[in-house]
Design a protein around this ligand. Structure first.
Ligand SMILES: NC(=O)c1ccc[n+]([C@@H]2O[C@H](COP(=O)([O-])OP(=O)(O)OC[C@H]3O[C@@H](n4cnc5c(N)ncnc54)[C@H](O)[C@@H]3O)[C@@H](O)[C@H]2O)c1
Length: 274
């Protein structure tokens, strides 16, 4: 049954930026449909979120005044995406906003390079496309326009040197998302469905708060060259908070940004301009 409140579908909602988006949009009067894998991916070198993390997101959204349907699910799986969408639409009756946010990375050496490449592309590029395949028809069905925000990265604006298959796949996927965004922005503009990419610099989240990243930061601090040593923001801030990204996205999906589509929005403390 529809309540008249807008509804946002968010992937990777259990922690980090996904949770921050859910809480921020709930505080702005939206209800949330979210999914998260809540399981590790073997080829990666840090853990994904857990079901406890997902429960914490539910509590935080409710505390912010929103209602939420949150379920375990993998963006690589049509069945998972359709199940969560169906449950959300049963509860809320509509979808207005899609944040294709779930993503993974591997920057440590070792592992099977081809497996790492395939998994990163499957989640970060194909998973975003599948998410849009499943959710976009629900947005179109409302005939009220809509907003899709795809989470790319500063890596999707400019590739840095990287010999790791995971880093190469990450950059390729994040850049690929820009092409996908441009095609969709053109295709659906007539229906007032806006499609944009965001390009965050480093953000405090499960992706960065883990032993592998801490080791890369320590190496960079000693003057060694690695993907982290190349990451320098212009503004005097080393790393952003998930809430910094959520604040900008809340504006991008709002009516205040009604005529913004097809853009690559850096949320990068001046990383790209340096
Ligand atoms: N943290 C950074 O420095 C940074 C910078 C630029 C862009 N990004 C991008 O921001 C997005 C959010 O990442 P974050 O920083 O919040 O990291 P995070 O690891 O805390 O959050 C990612 C979430 O996605 C979930 N997830 C992973 N694979 C999934 C799958 N197959 N299906 C469903 N859920 C899955 C994880 O469980 C996790 O909860 C990602 O797309 C990431 O590439 C991150």
């Amino acid at each position: 049954m529809e309540s008249g409140r807008k509804v946002a579908f968010i992937t990777g909602v259990a922690r980090g930026q996904g949770r921050a988006h859910a809480v921020k949009l709930a505080s702005r009067g939206m209800d949330i449909i979210g999914l998260d894998i809540c399981e590790d991916i073997e080829s990666m070198d840090y853990p994904n979120a857990t079901e406890d993390d997902l429960r914490a997101t539910v509590k935080a959204v409710e505390a912010a005044g929103g209602a939420i349907v949150a379920e375990k699910g993998d963006v690589r799986s049509y069945d998972d995406l359709r199940r969560v969408l169906d449950h959300g639409v049963e509860r809320f009756g509509r979808v207005d906003v899609l944040l294709a946010n779930a993503g993974i990375i591997r920057l440590s050496p070792g592992g099977d390079r081809d497996r790492t490449w395939t998994d990163v592309i499957d989640v970060n590029l194909t998973g975003v496309w599948r998410t849009i395949e499943v959710v976009l028809p629900a947005i179109r069905a409302g005939e009220r326009g809509g907003s899709i925000v795809i989470t790319s990265s500063v890596a999707g604006l400019k590739g840095g040197a990287n010999d790791k298959a995971g880093g190469q796949a990450y950059t390729a996927a994040k850049r690929g998302l820009v092409g996908l965004m441009q095609v969709l922005a053109n295709e659906y503009a007539g229906e007032r469905i806006r499609v944009n990419t965001i390009h965050p610099t480093g953000v405090l989240s499960g992706m960065t708060l883990n032993p592998v990243m801490e080791e890369l930061h320590a190496q960079a601090a000693k003057g060694e060259q690695n993907p982290i040593s190349q990451m320098r923001n212009a503004l005097p801030i080393d790393i952003l908070r998930a809430e910094d990204i959520a604040n900008a996205v809340a504006w991008l999906v709002s009516d205040e940004a009604a005529y913004i589509t097809g853009i690559q929005l850096p949320l990068d403390a001046g990383f790209a301009v340096r």
